[in-house]
Write a protein that binds this ligand. Structure first.
Ligand SMILES: Cc1ncc(COP(=O)(O)O)c(C=O)c1O
Length: 374
C-alpha cells in the first residue's frame, strides 16, 4: 500500500472544504495580521471548549508554559517538578526562568507522571532545604489525561501550583472533566501535528484566574501596561498570528468530532492488536485525544525497519528521557533515579494515528503489525 501518512493533515483540509481558505482570505482582506479580531474570537471558543474562564493565545506551546511561570515570578532558588519522559520544552521553560527543574518518573502504563515518585521528589527537595518548591508541570503524554485528582491533592498538600502541559492532550478528559478542573493553568500547542494544530506555530494558556490572565496578556506583548509603549514588566514577544487564529477557529469547530474519530481508530487498534503487542492502557473514565498511538515493544529497531519496508511510517517519542540529555543531565532527579523513563525510552514505538484513517489503511497496518510481531 502506497503513501500511508503518520498524520494526515491534507485529509483534514479536504474534509473542511474551502473553510480554511475562506477564513484566511477574510484575514488577507481586513489586513489586521497582528491581534486582529480572530484572536479574541478564538480565545472565547477555546475557553468554552476547555471549560475555563480565560484563554491567552500565544506564539507556541513552549511560551504557553513560560507565561504562567513568569507571571508567578518563578525564578532562581525555586524548583519546578517535571516529568523526564516528555518533549524538551517542558523542562526548558523552567531552566530559562532560572529556576531548577527536578525530574520525576512516569507510570509504566499511562506514561504520565507517577504521583508516588513525585512525592519522593518533593520530600527530597524539602529535606535538602536548598531550593523552594513552587510548581508541578504535568504532561498529558500522547493525549491521555494524567491522574489529576491524585496529583492535585499532592500539589495542594505542598502548596504547589499545578500546570497541565496539554500540548498533546488538550481536549482529553477524565469522567467528563478536562484538566482545567484541577490545574491552575492548562497550556497547549498548536504545532501542526498536534491534535488541534494550526499551519505554523501557535499556543494558548487557559485559566480561571483573571488576574493571572491579565498579567500573561501583558507578558505576551513585551510586558505592556496601558499600551505596548508602556512597559511595566519584562515580557516576551509571544503573540499568536491572526492568520493562525483564523485557521484554528475552523479546526476547533470539528475538533470534538475528530477526537471521537481518533477514538474509533484507537479502539480498533486495541481490539485487533491487543493479543500481539502491548497496546496503550487507558485510565477508567478517560478519553484520550490520541496525539500518538504508542506501543511498547522489544527489539524495536528491527520491528521499525520491517514496518518501514511495508510502507508503514512509525515514530519514537522519546528516544532519550530529558535527564539523560546533555543539556539537562546535571539537574536533580527525584527518588532513586528514573527507571521507568529509562526503560520506556528503549521500547516506545508509535503507529500512524489521525482521525481520517480509512478502514482499508488501518487493516493493512494491523495485518502487518500482526505479521511482524506475531
Ligand atoms: C508535551 C509538550 N510540551 C510542550 C511542547 C511545545 O510546544 P511548541 O512546539 O508549540 O512550542 C510540545 C511540542 O512538541 C510538547 O509535546
Amino acid at each position: 500500500m502506497n503513501n500511508i501518512q503518520f498524520i494526515d493533515l491534507q485529509a483534514q483540509r479536504a474534509y473542511l472544504g474551502s473553510k480554511i481558505d475562506d477564513a484566511m482570505a477574510r484575514v488577507l482582506e481586513h489586513g489586521r495580521f497582528i491581534m486582529g479580531p480572530e484572536i479574541k474570537i478564538l480565545e472565547g471558543k477555546l475557553s468554552e471548549f476547555g471549560k475555563m474562564e480565560r484563554t491567552v493565545s500565544c506564539s507556541n506551546g513552549t511560551d504557553a508554559i513560560s507565561l504562567p511561570l513568569m507571571a508567578w515570578g518563578i525564578g532562581p532558588g525555586d524548583v519546578v517538578f517535571v516529568p523526564s519522559f516528555t518533549f524538551a520544552a517542558t523542562a526548558e521553560v523552567v531552566a530559562l526562568t532560572g529556576a531548577t527543574p527536578v525530574f520525576v518518573d512516569i507510570l509504566p502504563d499511562t506514561f504520565n507522571m507517577d504521583p508516588a515518585h513525585l512525592e519522593l521528589a518533593i520530600a527530597d527537595v524539602k529535606r535538602e532545604g536548598k531550593f523552594s518548591p513552587k510548581a508541578i508541570i504535568v504532561v498529558d503524554l500522547f493525549g491521555q489525561i494524567a491522574d489529576y485528582p491524585t496529583l492535585k491533592k499532592i500539589a495542594d498538600a505542598n502548596g504547589l501550583k499545578l500546570i497541565s502541559d496539554a500540548a498533546q492532550g488538550y481536549g482529553s478528559s477524565l469522567n467528563g472533566n478536562q484538566a482545567g478542573k484541577w490545574a491552575d493553568v492548562v497550556t497547549t500547542s498548536f504545532f501542526p501535528a498536534k491534535p488541534l494544530g494550526c499551519y505554523g506555530d501557535g499556543g494558548a494558556v487557559l485559566t480561571n484566574d483573571a488576574q493571572l490572565a491579565d498579567i500573561m496578556e501583558s507578558l505576551r506583548v513585551h510586558g505592556k501596561g496601558t499600551d505596548k509603549y508602556d512597559n511595566v514588566r519584562i515580557g516576551l514577544h509571544a503573540r499568536l498570528d491572526t492568520l493562525q487564529a483564523s485557521i484554528l477557529i475552523e479546526k476547533l469547530s470539528i475538533f470534538g468530532e475528530e477526537i471521537e474519530k481518533r477514538n474509533v481508530v484507537a479502539s480498533r487498534y486495541a481490539k485487533e492488536l491487543g493479543d500481539y503487542v502491548n497496546v496503550p492502557f487507558v485510565l477508567d473514565g478517560a478519553i484520550s485525544t490520541w496525539a500518538q498511538y504508542t506501543l511498547t515493544v522489544q527489539d524495536r529497531e528491527a520491528k521499525q525497519v520491517a514496518l518501514k519496508e511495508a510502507g508503514i511510517p512509525t515514530a519514537i517519542y522519546y528516544p532519550k528521557p530529558l535527564h539523560q540529555q546533555t543539556a539537562y543531565m546535571n539537574y536533580p532527579q527525584g527518588g532513586n533515579g528514573l527507571p521507568v523513563s529509562d526503560r520506556l525510552a528503549g521500547e516506545v514505538l508509535s503507529l500512524p494515528m489521525h482521525p481520517y484513517m480509512d478502514d482499508e489503511t488501518q487493516t493493512y497496518i494491523i495485518e502487518n503489525v500482526k505479521r511482524i510481531f506475531g
